[in-house]
Design a protein. Structure first.
Length: 271
């Protein structure tokens, strides 16, 4: 079996590595101490094409695949795991869910701003009483005329403090268990939507992780992502790709640790 990358992916890796070395590595330790990266980095990453890798060109993205995304995430994580996590959650979770479940109109509405880096996206599944177990969700969406009203809380929301677009999972039919879950697209300025303070983490601290609170949040039918009550199937598809991308992130972290350790060992003088 040939594990060598084709020429175009070798070129992509080299380009991302140069970018990360020049624009991320010199600042990574400071961003970790501050537990934040500059807001303009989202636009910078967008200009590089890193915020819309999976998004088709007609929606402003690069029309790439998961191999390209994995390479980008690995090379960014080589220097800053937090920023890599932000890029992964944006591409592999938020954008990916819109691509999987969205109508052409929904994709045209939300993807261009996400792909360009005008906005960063967030994906909201975990709750205070459950992790990625969609069947244990407690956030509830109740139909009220032409709208849905959402109440509940989400936990460990990556990019939540910065996001302009949120994909939120909620229970629309409690009697069906995991077969009664739907996805909704919410925007930052939606009344009743608020985020908590960033969590104090042990690692990847430049990436913000917050709680999300929903109090009588009203959304219209055109903000339902995919079929009502069938969101669990899309969640599984999103998580399948997302978990692979986290492997690429972990590889980048391991490479960084190994390469920096070797560099230090060859420079250190003793006795």
């Amino acid at each position: 079996m040939d594990f060598d990358l084709p020429e175009e992916l070798v070129a992509l890796r080299a380009a991302v590595a140069r970018f990360a070395t020049d624009q991320i590595a010199p600042h990574a330790q400071e961003w970790d101490r501050l537990e934040s990266y500059p807001g303009e980095m989202v636009q910078v990453l967008g200009h590089q094409g890193f915020m819309g890798i999976l998004v088709p060109e007609k929606y402003g993205g690069g029309g790439g695949d998961h191999m390209q995304l994995a390479i980008v995430i690995e090379e960014i994580a080589r220097h800053d795991g937090g920023l890599a996590l932000a890029v992964e959650a944006h591409n592999g979770l938020c954008c990916q869910h819109i691509l999987i479940g969205g109508t052409p109109e929904q994709k045209k509405r939300w993807l261009p701003a996400l792909a360009s880096g005008e906005q960063i996206g967030s994906w909201c599944l975990s709750e205070p009483g459950s992790g990625t177990d969609a069947a244990a969700l407690r956030t509830l969406a109740v139909k009220d005329g032409p709208a849905w009203v959402l109440n509940g809380a989400k936990q460990f929301v990556t990019n939540g403090a910065r996001a302009g677009t949120f994909v939120v999972m909620a229970v629309t039919d409690p009697s069906k268990g995991k077969r009664g879950i739907s996805a909704f697209v919410l925007e930052r300025d939606t009344p009743g939507l608020s985020t908590g303070n960033p969590e104090e983490k042990l690692g990847m601290r430049s990436s913000d992780t917050v709680s999300l609170n929903l109090e009588d949040v009203r959304v219209l039918e055109d903000q339902v992502l995919g079929a009502v009550d069938e969101g669990f199937q899309d969640v599984k598809r999103v998580l399948l790709g997302g978990r692979i991308m986290i492997s690429a992130l972990a590889l980048g972290l391991a490479r960084g640790a190994t390469e920096e350790s070797v560099r230090y060992a060859t420079q250190r003088e003793t006795f």
